[in-house]
Design a protein around this ligand. Structure first.
Ligand code: NAD
Ligand code: ZN
Length: 1622
């Protein structure tokens, strides 16, 4: 056996763990020598087998040959991955062992990661009641964790590791050389456990992990040739380091296991640090995230719990964070590796807490967490009990400060080290000579990346002392070198680091491995400017290239660049450019003269700070003085020199941070002392107390090193007046929130001279704050506005108009733009204003990671965790009031936009009263609007108008339509009232184009004239209308270029065809208002009832050309999908690739579709990555469009779950009665139905959607079967929301056929399919029939004489064109006898029409009648229905009245909102239906004329509620009594226009006394009856033929039977041809 050097670790009293490199011969030798057996079985997985199995095989066979033993080696390979760790996986191995006649004396070797170890270990534990086994771990995780301790297990669908045993291996061979082939991510995965062990046990071990990450990575990245490392002599330093790290970690675990093998004392629980929360995360994200990755985040969160409880300091937490990051492990749930996963949306606080409930460590309901006390030490020698509320606070994404006087008043505290001083000190010490100990250094991103970068540049080395309180810097004296090729210096979003390091990089010396140094950052960093600095350095001779966009990172910087001499720098944007050059200047080629150009130099104090610190490090900078004036000039001279490091340098606290506790004292009337900043401070922000808080009314006492502030009583802060904050720009946010509540007048001499209010604070000198982490001036303006605080933006600052605290809005949710200062400033405001939510609480981590803990523990204000999802969910609940309480709908818009017209129509359809605010005004002020304005002026009128607005809202809160005056939006107060209202009730903006409005208003004069051009008024008010409303009703009359539907029959080739009338505004108003008020949401009924539903995908770039045949292509479907991502304006036609269509264009497209159909619209913007044309990253654009859809009352919005959660939740909170389709599309074909991935997608979609849509791609026919299994499984889940699940591709067609919810269909007339494999509606029906899912049915018409009935043509044409396997036959009979009964009860009976003379007789044979059929006393439609118990019942309905109602409604003149008088001629059965229909339309009175008066009189009370009057003459109406609707139910032959014909009813033109109206003749023949012929002499009367009514009622019948809309176009054409042929 080759000599092999190993370390041995003892566990449970045996030295069974052997560690080293290249151990295969050693392993085989040891096993054969000490574990004699007849059979050795080596089990591994496919990946490892490919790399290492042969080596084992040949070693074994050599050894067998050498020893002459008759043993055998069996090998068995299983698939890699967690799925092998199952009952089936275990059984397979057992079968293998049994088949190969293995006996109790066998030895099993488990070669692999934790999966193999756990699985094979469990097999060994139970095979033949337990056989010997050996662990040969090949992953780092397995080496340091799973192989040590004897835990073995398999998974079941109920959870991981639920079945298993403790079974100790004979040996654990740790061959570290296996790590050379391990993927890097798996290595990091294992490092999480290594770091964990060090963190709970040994500080020194942790320190070495912390500082030597680069070497440790190098050790696994460089393959060891010739078995180097096998012996100590051949082992490299890197190998030795790696080995010692692993052995160290194993030793700890071995010690713990030895002392608590079976988890009895709780000691073994210590290794579960990070695992309580980590496991919960893993449960949600597995298999996308690995165990160690989840534990890494778990460790940080659990350490935060410890910090929150005051047990762990920020230094420890910072070290842990940075150490994990150094091994590429994620440290927060905001990590892009996680947020990019759909499953990340399931990581809610509730879900995680819920999963934690079933942690094995728990005792009862209490959760246990291992609490860290410091790096290397835990609070207890076991996991500690932690209340849920504490964990919840850590997990919550947002925070809320509970307003109060601080409990720790008077507060005394220090704040974190200054960021500016920390950054400078770090650069100075690194460039200096000698060792410097830095204390109170801020542990921040900037210092972190700076240290990493300086190490990468070999510019200095660093070490920690005092548990990380002190950083020891060994200065490199300015000698740096270009990092190796491919090693970019990554700075994240650390701005200061980027600016300082840019010049530092020019000092690097050339190296062989790379020509230049590349510095880069994250996406936001790549937008932050660095141009002026690069310009100055380039001018000085350094080669610097921009690698992406000009003026920003990434940069490629040539070495040895800083020549020195005269350097000119534009210094009006950032003082950090100046500091950057100053700090490096001593190391330039020659002495530097730095001249600052560009006018006003920004932030001089920071420049002075740099110069002062350079002096402390031994280099004196001279600033030139103007000899004439004695004033300093912006020219500095820096000698060539080297910094001399002072042995110790203590960093002052951050003055900007100090402003927050001080401001809390000011805000809450309490006292706060900051212990380490005083008047001697170099930091500009140290002036905040004296220059901002004192003038605001605080008592400020400052010594050289301390500052104390005592606030005035709450509510008594004074406005500042004018203040120039140029010396302390970062503090302006703090000043702004105080100014927002400062209502006292400024001190004398500080008042503003202009006419601003006395509560104004005008902050200037802060223009640079626009280019910080965000545009901070805008941020403050926008966020303060949410509190109701008004502000004004200035060129170099802003004005804030203070309001009393009580007037500020409560419950505001503040967006922080990921900017720590915004978050902390608004938490100051939160200490006074109730329920202020700081949305991104973690952004404070940049400068004050424990801000929230310090607020609670040091200042004494309670902080609560807030889950944002819930906040918005509540909001959404409030928008959906129970229908009994429907809030009134408010109508706003320009004068002349159609508010009154639309409003009255809406009122009529909803049967709600209509209130016109103008009329209401005139009631209250009888002089009228015009006069009122003339007498009192506009402002008084506006005030009165606002009062009326509030009054109306109070008086008519529900079930009214309230139309407001056009000018209502002119005052901010009224706008506020409207905006508040729109949070729970509909505010509808009637949108009309300006030219149409102008044209309309031309004639009008009753209201006050504008006194300014109407277009100006329009432009001013449009944005206000938009901001106040939550719905938009588009009322352009010229919306689409559809030929206006004519109401009269069209004549083609001498033949008459009925026109399919265009939808009227009336229909659209009914749909729109019915939907948004929830009175009749326009949702697809089939979908709601769980029946098969379909939508047609409109794949046009512009839908208008399709509108003329929309009727045909939508035949059968339940909705229309508008693929918004495919829309293109004529201008965009040429563009290729993803694009976003303009909002106005989309709105017009929807309005155009609405002109043609009431079908619900599905609004889809499919992204490029999910197979559409919408740009992936365009979040803002997408949500603007989704928002638009909701505003236009689009019924369904398809939202891909990959969009940001916050945006989705926002949309949900505003969706009203519309539904969200939460969707996911996988085009790769990799998605497996039934995999955990799809489960995750399903759960995420279930969280957001009313409908869940998951689309995959079929690779084989079987994929459709797994899909169905998944769908069946999902249907059984507690939520069971409608699920749309299909497979794309030709192979996936079956899934489209079987899918039940909103199956997407195409139509042969469409330009192209929305997706490959898409079928048409007809194709799907055919297929369903063939596979037995849509049985054939028979329909009949009963009556006599019916030989010439048009109904067969009508229904059979409809069935055929929808592909339904149904037939419709005539059944002529003399009476309703047993033959009819036989038909009615046959299994294939689909339904029947009933006509004269059986409409009454049939009733006795039916089980149930509709209320309408009962009222009319006639049944014309029989529908078989299935009862709940599965038996069939017969239902009788009446569609005659529906036919009459719809022909009339479609033709009513637009001016008619509510019907007046109507006339029915005749008194038979049809007359009853006519009265019913007219009553339903609101007609009153309904006159009835019949030659035999008594039959007419019988009808007077026939229809309950209808006001029926019998009359004897039908013409010569008085003006106010003339009917506008006339329905004749008598045969044509019974009427005449010929006076000579005295036997029949004489019709005269004065029947039509009303100006306009609709006349219906129910007689079929002739087509033009005398009544209709006469009506045609009246141009404003619409005529309806009997056949039109027949068709209409037939369509309704068709829909009742099939659940599908009848394809009217084809059917009508067919029926008319028959009619004319007969
Ligand atoms: N028993 C315990 O105490 C304990 C503790 C922690 C984890 N576990 C279990 O361990 C399992 C996870 O173990 P894991 O992280 O090692 O996963 P793993 O066994 O699935 O290995 C990870 C991947 O790396 C591959 N691989 C392994 N070694 C390799 C090598 N040297 N070169 C190239 N590829 C290699 C594997 O084929 C696999 O694809 C989980 O099931 C977990 O429950 C058990
Ligand atoms: Zn673990």
């Amino acid at each position: 056996m080759a000599t092999t050097d190993t370390y041995r670790v003892s566990i449970l009293g045996k030295e069974s763990i052997h560690c080293g490199f290249h151990l295969i011969p050693y392993i085989v030798g040891t096993v054969l020598d000490t574990l004699p057996a007849s059979t050795y079985v080596l089990i591994t997985d496919i990946n490892i087998a490919a790399l290492h199995l042969d080596a084992f095989r040949s070693e074994f066979s050599d050894a067998f040959a050498r020893s002459g033993k008759s043993s055998r080696l069996l090998t068995h390979v299983v698939p890699p991955g967690e799925t092998s760790k199952s009952r089936e996986g275990k059984a397979q191995i057992e079968d293998f062992l049994l088949l190969n006649k293995c006996t109790r004396d066998s030895v099993i070797l488990a070669l692999g990661g934790g999966v193999i170890g756990d699985l094979v270990g469990f097999v060994a534990a139970t095979f033949m009641r337990g056989v010997r086994f050996v662990q040969i771990p090949t992953t780092l995780l397995a080496m340091v964790d799973s192989s040590v301790g004897g835990k073995t297990a398999i998974d079941t669908p109920h959870g991981k590791n639920l079945i298993g045993a403790f079974w100790q291996p004979e040996y654990i061979f740790i061959d570290v050389a296996f790590l050379e082939t391990l993927p890097a991510r798996e290595f990091s995965n294992g490092m999480a456990e290594v770091i964990k062990t060090a963190a709970i046990w040994t500080e020194s071990e942790f320190a070495s992990l912390e500082s030597r990450s680069a070497e440790i990575f190098a050790a696994i990245q460089t393959p060891s040739a010739n078995y180097s490392g096998r012996t100590k002599a051949t082992r490299s330093a890197a190998q030795e380091l790696l080995l010692s790290v692993i052995v160290g970690s194993i030793s700890v675990k071995a010690y713990i296991v030895t002392n608590d093998e079976r988890e009895l004392t709780g000691l073994r629980n210590l290794v579960n640090f990070g695992h309580t929360i980590g496991h919960a995360i893993e449960a949600v994200l597995t298999p996308s995230m690995l165990h160690g990755e989840c534990v890494s985040i778990g460790m940080i969160l659990e350490a935060e719990v410890s910090r929150q409880l005051g047990k762990l300091g920020q230094v420890g937490l910072g070290r842990l964070t940075r150490c994990l990051k150094a091994y590429n492990l994620p440290v927060s749930l905001a990590d892009a590796r996680i947020t990019n996963l759909p499953g990340s949306k399931l990581l809610t606080m509730e879900r995680l807490l819920d999963i934690m409930k079933i942690d094995k460590k728990n005792s009862g309901p209490e959760k246990k967490i291992v609490l860290l006390a410091a790096i290397g030490t835990t609070v207890e020698q076991k996991a500690s009990v932690v209340p849920d509320s504490v964990i919840a606070k850590t997990l919550a994404e947002a925070a809320k400060v509970v307003p109060d006087v601080p409990a720790k008043n008077p507060v005394r505290m220090a704040t974190p080290g200054s960021k500016s001083l920390s950054n400078r000190a770090l650069i100075l010490a690194a460039l200096g000579r000698g060792t410097c100990r830095l204390t109170n250094l801020l542990h921040s991103d900037d210092t972190q990346v700076m240290m990493a970068a300086l190490q990468e540049l070999k510019g200095a080395s660093f070490a920690w002392e005092d548990g990380g309180e002190t950083l020891v810097v060994h200065g490199g004296e300015g000698s740096l070198s270009v990092p190796p090729k491919g090693h970019e210096i990554y700075l994240g979003n650390a701005g200061t680091a980027a600016r300082f390091l840019t010049t530092v990089c020019t000092l690097a010396q050339p190296s062989d491995s790379a020509p230049t140094t590349v510095i880069t950052g994250n996406a936001r960093m790549k937008q932050r400017p660095i141009g002026p600095l690069v310009e100055a350095l380039r001018e000085n001779g350094t080669g610097i290239d921009y690698l992406e966009s000009d003026g920003c990172l990434p940069l490629s910087i040539a070495p040895a660049g800083l020549k020195g001499g005269h350097i000119r720098l534009a210094a009006s944007v950032s003082s950090q450019y100046v500091s950057s050059i100053l700090l490096c200047a001593p190391y330039a080629g020659e002495a530097v003269t730095l001249e600052l150009t560009g006018g006003q130099v920004i932030s001089q104090p920071y420049i002075d700070m740099t110069i002062a610190m350079m002096k402390t490090f031994g280099v004196e900078v001279t600033r030139e003085v103007d000899k004439m004036t004695g004033k300093p000039r912006d020219i500095y001279t820096i000698p060539q020199s080297t910094y001399h490091n002072p042995p110790e340098y203590s960093i002052e606290s951050d003055a900007s941070s100090a402003t927050y506790p001080l401001a809390i004292a000011a805000m809450t009337g309490s006292t706060c002392t900051i212990s380490n900043i005083g008047s001697a401070s170099l930091q500009g922000d140290a002036m905040f107390a004296k220059q901002v808080l004192e003038p605001m009314g605080c008592i400020v006492t400052q010594t050289e090193t301390e500052t104390t502030v005592q606030g005035p009583p709450i509510g008594q802060l004074k406005a500042i007046g004018l203040i120039d904050m140029e010396p302390m720009t970062d503090a302006f946010l703090t000043a702004s929130v105080l100014a927002a509540v400062a209502v006292g007048s400024p001190l004398a001499g500080r008042e503003l001279s202009d006419d601003t209010p006395s509560t104004t604070t005008r902050i200037v000198g802060i223009a640079n704050q626009r280019v910080k982490e965000c545009n901070r001036i805008r941020a403050m303006i926008d966020q303060l506005a949410k509190f109701g605080v008004e502000t004004k933006e200035l060129d170099d600052g802003l004005e804030i108009y203070g309001r009393p605290i009580a007037k500020l809005k409560e419950g505001v949710s503040v967006h922080c733009y990921d900017d720590h200062r915004v978050a902390m400033a608004f938490s100051v405001l939160g200490s006074a204003i109730k329920d202020t939510i700081i949305e991104e609480k973690r952004c404070v981590e940049k400068t004050w990671p424990n801000w929230w803990d310090d607020l609670e523990n040091k200042i004494g204000l309670k902080v609560e965790g807030v889950e944002l999802g819930n906040a918005t969910a509540d909001a959404s609940a409030s928008t959906l009031l129970p229908s009994g309480d429907a809030p009134s709908a408010i109508i706003i818009g320009m004068r002349g936009s159609g508010k009154t017209y639309i409003g009255q129509l809406a009122a009529a359809t909803l049967e709600w009263p209509f209130i016109d605010a103008d009329a209401y005004f005139e009631e209250k002020y009888p002089i009228g609007v015009r006069k009122y304005v003339q007498e009192n002026g506009w402002p008084a009128f506006r005030a009165a108008e606002t009062d009326i607005l509030k009054e109306l809202f109070d008086k008519f809160p529900t079930r009214h339509i309230i139309s407001l005056g056009g000018g209502i939006v002119e005052t901010p107060e009224a706008r506020d009232v409207l905006k508040t209202y729109s949070k729970h009730g509909p505010v509808v903006h009637i949108v009309r184009q300006i030219d149409e409005v102008v044209e309309y208003l031309g004639a009008e004069s009753s209201r006050p004239a504008y006194g300014e051009p109407i277009t100006d008024v329009f432009k001013r008010r449009e944005p206000w209308f938009a901001e106040c409303c939550n719905y938009e009703f588009i009322n352009h009359t010229t919306v689409a270029t559809v030929p206006a539907g004519s109401m009269s029959p069209i004549e083609v080739d001498g033949q008459l065809f009925p026109a399919v009338p265009s939808r009227s505004t009336r229909d659209e108003v009914a749909r729109f208002f019915g939907h948004i008020t929830g009175q009749s949401p326009n949702l697809a009924p089939n979908l709601a009832h769980g029946k098969r539903s379909y939508f047609l995908s409109l794949t046009y770039p512009d839908v208008t050309p399709a509108l003329s045949f929309l009727e045909d292509i939508t035949a059968g479907v339940d909705a229309i999908e508008l693929r918004v991502d495919l829309l293109r304006t004529t201008k965009q036609f040429e563009t290729v690739g993803p694009h976003t269509p303009p909002r106005a264009f989309v709105a017009d497209q929807i309005a155009a579709i609405r002109k043609k159909t009431s079908l619900p619209i599905v609004f889809t913007a499919r992204t490029a990555s999910q197979g559409g044309s919408f740009p992936d990253g365009a979040v803002k654009e997408a949500f603007e469009l989704f928002e638009l859809a909701i505003r236009l009352a689009v019924e369904y919005v398809d939202v891909e779950i990959s969009w940001p959660e916050q945006d989705i939740r926002g949309l949900i909170s505003r969706k009203g009665y519309s539904h969200i389709i939460a969707s996911w599309h996988d085009w790769s074909g990799k998605m497996q139905w039934g995999s955990p991935e799809v489960d995750t997608i399903f759960h995420v979609a279930d969280n957001f959607g009313d409908i869940i849509k998951i689309v995959g791609k079929a690779n084989s026919f079987e994929d459709n079967l797994t899909l169905r299994q998944f769908a069946a499984h999902a249907a059984g889940s507690p939520s069971s929301k409608p699920l749309l699940a299909i497979n794309m591709g030709i192979e996936g067609q079956l899934s489209r056929i079987l899918n039940t919810t909103f199956s997407p269909v195409t139509h042969p007339l469409l330009p192209n399919k929305a997706a490959p494999g898409q079928l048409s509606f007809v194709e799907i029906q055919t297929a369903l029939h063939l596979i037995g899912q849509l049985p054939a049915k028979k329909f009949y018409i009963f009556g006599k004489p019916i030989a010439h009935s048009m109904s067969p043509a009508l229904h059979n044409t409809g069935f055929q064109s929808l592909g339904l396997p149904y037939t419709y036959e005539i059944f002529e009979t003399d009476d309703v006898d047993h033959e009819v009964r036989f038909i009615l009860t046959s299994p294939d009976f689909g339904g029947a029409s009933v006509t004269i003379p059986f409409k009454r007789d049939i009733m006795a044979h039916l089980d149930e009648l509709s209320p309408e059929a009962q009222a009319i006393g006639a049944v014309n439609t029989i529908i078989p229905r299935i009862k709940a118990d599965g038996s069939q019942m017969l239902y009788g309905d009446n569609t005659d009245w529906l036919g009459i109602r719809s022909v009339v409604r479609a033709r009513l003149p637009p001016s008619v909102h509510a019907l007046g008088p109507a006339l029915v001629i005749g008194a038979g059965g049809t007359a009853r239906a006519a009265i019913y229909a007219l009553h339903a339309l609101g007609a009153s009175p309904i006159y009835i004329f019949n030659r035999t008066r008594s039959s007419a009189e019988a009808l007077v009370h026939a229809i309950p509620g209808a006001q029926v009057e019998v009359i004897d003459i039908i013409d010569g109406w008085p003006a106010d009594a003339a009917p506008t609707v006339i329905v004749s139910t008598v045969p044509a032959s019974a009427t005449t226009t010929d006076e000579a014909n005295s036997n029949t009813l004489l019709l005269t033109p004065s029947i039509f006394s009303a100006e306009e109206g609709v006349v219906v003749d129910m007689a079929y023949r002739p087509a033009k009856t005398p009544l209709l012929t006469l009506a045609q002499t009246k141009p404003k009367w619409e005529t309806v033929m009997g056949l039109d009514v027949l068709l209409e009622q037939g369509y309704q019948q068709f829909e009742l039977w099939t659940g599908r809309k009848c394809p009217r176009g084809v059917v009508a054409k067919q029926v008319w041809q028959r009619y004319q042929a007969a």
